[in-house]
Design a protein around this ligand. Structure first.
Ligand code: UDP
Ligand code: MG
Length: 155
């Protein structure tokens, strides 16, 4: 099967604003399969890795603090082209510029408090899923609902 897996984090702002259910529901309704999900408290070490491309930015300190305010919900989503599909649903980084209909476009006003993290490439999806999940926390759903989600030649 041509399924991809990608990482989504529901950020602390999403927990604080009681939007978890709504955001999870968007991914579910799209037809992405949630094959791993857990709540976890992030710390300096995991955030230094996760945001290693941003460590030299002036906002890195407040970004890190904002990601540790509450636990996050980590999800592994699965589907054909899941990595790019999830990025499209997520929208551009700054909620003020993100297109209406995207999660960031519909739920936030911030460039930082922007509801979700989503892996941006196959390489980052692989590294990020390894960072946030043990292999046994990601489940094999086999062909469950696949014939309802895709045509035979898409999978
Ligand atoms: N971020 C920020 N200020 C900026 C750019 C990014 O606080 O000017 C935060 C924001 O929360 C973003 C995260 O850093 O989601 C990761 O940045 P990246 O450029 O990877 O954006 P993303 O992939 O999340 O769209
Ligand atoms: Mg990114």
């Amino acid at each position: 099967m041509k399924l991809e897996k990608t990482l989504v984090l529901l950020k602390p702002c999403t927990l604080e604003r009681a939007l978890m259910g709504e955001i999870i529901s968007r991914f579910e309704k799209k037809g992405l399969r949630i094959v791993g999900m857990k709540m976890m408290q992030l710390d300096d070490a995991i955030l230094a890795n996760h945001y290693s491309h941003l460590v030299d930015k002036p906002f890195f300190g407040i970004l890190k603090a904002s990601m540790m305010r509450t636990p996050v919900v980590a999800m592994c989503l699965e589907g054909v082209d899941a990595i790019s599909v999830v990025r499209t649903i997520t929208g551009s980084t700054n909620g003020r510029n993100a297109d209406p209909g995207t999660i960031r476009g519909d739920y936030c006003m911030s460039n930082q408090q922007n509801i979700v993290h989503a892996s941006d490439s196959p390489e980052s999806a692989k590294a990020e899923l390894n960072r946030f999940f043990c292999p046994e926390e990601i489940f094999d759903f086999g062909t469950l609902n696949i014939p309802r989600l895709y045509a035979e030649d898409e999978i």
